[in-house]
Ligand binder design. Structure first.
Ligand code: NAP
Length: 500
């Protein structure tokens, strides 16, 4: 276990020195060893400076097939699936400890591959990821099955069994956190798992998975196959020997996975997709400045590249001007710059095409007539940075209000009554996060029941821990990650009826 609460690396030079000492993982991880597949590679360009920092193995369908076979063999051998739950717990907890011990290196890899500031990588992603592994590890031997009363003369058992081989496909915005929302839950249940990270961000996961072997995870139980989604992701999703799919990413690809499942073995698919989360602020919020600080955080954390970004601020008209001014002030406090500098709070966008898409959306919103109060659609010199953008007078039906931009672009709406606030909040095809700021307990309960979202935060934003589900509804997906419910999608129910 790490004993420090902040990294010992406190300057840009410290992190540059670490970069010079660190070799980047470029091969896949199959059957407990590095694997280069056919030898084909994809260049990995760092959003930090546009430099190619690695050439990562580019798998094809035959590599996926090998990984799935290895995972199946490991599962059927019982080397993981049939050991004592306590032994699985020990391995997972040791793995979490190893992540803690290698926190600087993993933070460096996150900063290099996706431009996440090292301070955020260290304090957020590399806190959440090991904590999630540890939580599922601790849970592994504390689960109960059911023995319903049934009828006299019979014993009924309802047990949960691992599915077998799980396929996991993850995005680039939180490469460690989101992979670890899935991997330890699947492993704690006894499954093997084949993971395909996003093309932009394989490095941190590959290094983390190497550490799982050091923790004692048997070969083949956790496989990582790198390469393009259209090749590797689809091969996993279409594979007849993958028993379940777990996906975090865009709604567009999530829909494709449902099709792939139907075209192959009708495997169950759980989806964590996009969002357009409303953040509702009443004049009686307990602390309006805290609400404004969090409204700014909710749209700018991770440069707005967050599925739960509070991208629709729904504020009472009586306080709009003063509140928006406070949000703007907090947004202007960001230190935007080099992700390897510990002082940076906002890094670049994860890749150039995404930066261009975000700025194009800002341009469209300007053309549609929303009022721009902060930022612009101009490209910044010197990197893939996008300054925070705030629009007021946003039509709730406009593209700006409906489309997930996945950048630091805030749409402000106003309301007069609770009914209007709820109508605006629910005017979305998504249903992921939401927040309500009010001192009125009855109103908080009333509105939290009416909001169509998987998560409602009252007088906070994006709070939670491993004990509560994380997920959405409608176009934001289904089948939550985290918590005991996060195990459901990796297990199947079995009924055993015994006549006595
Ligand atoms: P994405 O384009 O959907 O990609 C996600 C993953 O799917 C990547 O690994 C990608 O591989 C892979 N993929 C692409 N095409 C595929 C195909 N045809 N078959 C199978 N897999 C395929 O999403 P993204 O741009 O990485 O991430 C941003 C999106 O994720 C946003 O919509 C965001 O809201 C959502 N997200 C949701 C949550 C949540 O918990 N609800 C959390 C974070 C992000 P390549 O990288 O090789 O293309």
């Amino acid at each position: 276990m790490t004993t420090t609460t902040t990294s010992a690396l406190t300057t840009l030079q410290d992190w540059l020195d670490l970069r010079d000492q660190t070799s980047l993982p470029e091969a896949m991880w199959i059957d407990g060893t590095w694997d280069r597949g056919s030898g084909k590679t994809l260049p990995l360009t760092s959003p930090r400076d546009g430099a190619v920092i690695a050439n990562v193995a580019s798998a094809d369908a035959s590599d996926v097939d090998r990984a799935v076979r290895g995972a199946r063999q490991a599962f059927e051998s019982g080397v993981w699936s049939r050991i004592e739950p306590r032994e699985r717990a020990d391995v997972l907890i040791k793995w979490a400890d190893l992540l803690d011990q290698n926190r600087d290196e993993l933070a460096l890899l996150l900063a290099l591959e996706m431009g996440k500031p090292v301070s955020v990588a260290w304090n957020v992603e590399l806190r959440t990821a090991p904590n999630t592994i540890r939580w599922y590890g601790e849970l592994a031997d504390k689960l109960y099955d059911e023995a319903p009363r049934g009828r006299n003369g019979a014993v009924a058992l309802v047990t949960r069994e691992p599915l077998g081989v799980v396929g996991a496909i993850t995005p680039w915005n939180f490469p460690m956190t989101l992979a670890m929302f899935k991997i330890p839950a699947a492993l704690a249940s006894g499954n093997s798992i084949v993971v395909k990270p996003a093309t932009q961000t394989p490095l941190s996961l590959l290094r983390a998975v190497e550490l799982s072997a050091e923790a004692g995870l048997p070969a083949g139980v956790l496989q990582v196959v790198t390469g393009n989604g259209s090749v590797v992701g689809s091969a996993i999703a279409l594979h007849h020997d993958v028993d379940a799919l777990t996906f975090t990413g865009s709604t567009e690809i999530g829909k494709k996975l449902l099709t792939y499942a139907g075209e192959s073995n009708a495997k169950p698919v759980s989806l964590e997709l996009g969002g357009k989360s409303p953040n509702i602020v009443f004049p009686d919020a307990p602390d309006l400045d805290e609400a404004a600080r969090m409204a700014a955080w909710a749209i700018s954390f991770n440069s707005g590249q967050m599925c739960t970004a509070g991208s629709r601020l729904v504020v009472h008209e009586d306080i709009r001007d003063a509140f928006v001014a406070r949000v703007v002030t907090h947004l202007e406090e960001h230190v935007i710059g080099d992700p390897l500098d510990p002082a940076t709070t906002m890094g670049p966008m994860a890749y150039a095409a995404h930066r261009d898409d975000v700025l194009a959306e800002v341009g469209k919103a300007i053309a549609d007539g929303a009022t721009l109060v902060l930022g612009s659609d101009e490209k910044r010199e010197g990197g893939l940075y996008v300054n925070p953008v705030v629009f007021t007078d946003v039509d709730p039906d406009s593209r700006l209000a409906q489309h997930e931009i996945f950048g630091p672009v805030l749409a402000v709406h106003t309301f007069r009554t609770e009914e209007e606030a709820i109508e605006i909040a629910n005017n979305s095809d998504f249903g992921l996060g939401s927040a309500i700021w009010t001192s009125d307990l009855s109103r908080a309960h009333r509105l939290s029941r009416q909001i169509k979202a998987g998560m409602v935060w009252v007088n906070c934003y994006e709070e939670g821990d491993s004990s509560v589900p994380f997920g959405g509804r409608n176009l934001s997906g289904h089948g939550a990650d985290r918590s005991v419910h996060g195990l459901e999608k990796y297990t199947t129910l079995k009924t055993t009826w015994i006549e006595i």
